[in-house]
Design a protein around this ligand. Structure first.
Ligand SMILES: [Fe+2]
Ligand SMILES: [Fe+2]
Length: 225
């Protein structure tokens, strides 16, 4: 089974890359299933209903998200009607689900899980619950439904990513990080068989500061406000 995992799709340039490049990539690499993180697809922050619909015109099977998914309220009804996951380990008062069992083109089951980190992740008051404990509770039942389990761990700190990757080694098929928008060079298959990378990097404007216009980002740092 070949799973294509796409890091944070950022704004219009990211959406354009998906629209123009994804179909060819799927053909060329014989991809069976596509998971894409879409938490920055709407102008760099969050996901709207309109943009989710536009993205689903491309062959994306499941969208994962992260801290920015709460930005636009109109995406919330999509959690029940479309394969859009919010992070699993958040307050149970929030709508949506953070995992699901889906099917590849060949009809094989694949479980997808979205987890969020806890370190440096509460910029706007978002509170994720302990992802280690959440994974322990979720995975056994999920593995009964699907031998293939894919995890998008949306987190800032590489320490938390490495630790959870090791903790889940052998219990999930792939454990791939998102959120920092910069790809790490630490991809490996861990000893118990789990494919790991700390961060996939973003799908967005390269000449930027993690997606933001570089002039805007530089000014913030120079002026300090
Ligand atoms: Fe992001
Ligand atoms: Fe994020």
């Amino acid at each position: 089974m070949k799973i294509l995992a796409i890091g944070d799709i950022f704004g219009r340039p990211g959406r354009r890359a998906i629209r123009e490049l994804l179909p060819g990539l799927i053909r060329e690499r014989c991809v069976d299933f596509v998971v894409a993180n879409a938490e920055n697809a709407a102008g760099g922050r969050g996901l709207t209903a309109k943009i989710a619909e536009e993205l689903f015109e491309s062959p994306i099977d499941v969208m994962t998200a992260g801290n920015h998914i709460w930005e636009h309220e109109d995406i919330r009804p999509f959690f029940d009607t479309h394969p859009v996951l919010r992070p699993h380990n958040v307050s149970e008062k929030l709508p949506g689900k953070g995992y699901g069992v889906f099917e590849t083109k060949a009809g094989l089951p694949i479980a997808v899980v979205s987890l969020q980190g806890t370190i440096y992740m509460d910029e706007k008051g978002e509170r994720a619950l302990n992802p280690f404990v959440a994974a322990d509770a979720l995975l056994p039942g999920l593995r009964e439904k699907s031998p293939v389990v894919f995890v998008d761990f949306h987190a800032e700190a590489t320490s938390e990513k490495r630790a959870l990757g090791w903790y889940l080694d052998g219990r999930v098929t792939a454990f791939l990080g998102t959120h920092t928008h910069v790809q790490t060079a630490d991809e490996e298959v861990l000893p118990m068989g789990t494919a790991y990378i700390s961060d996939l990097g973003m799908t967005g404007p390269h000449a930027s500061v993690i997606g933001l216009a570089k002039e805007v980002a530089i000014r913030r740092f120079v002026e300090g406000i």
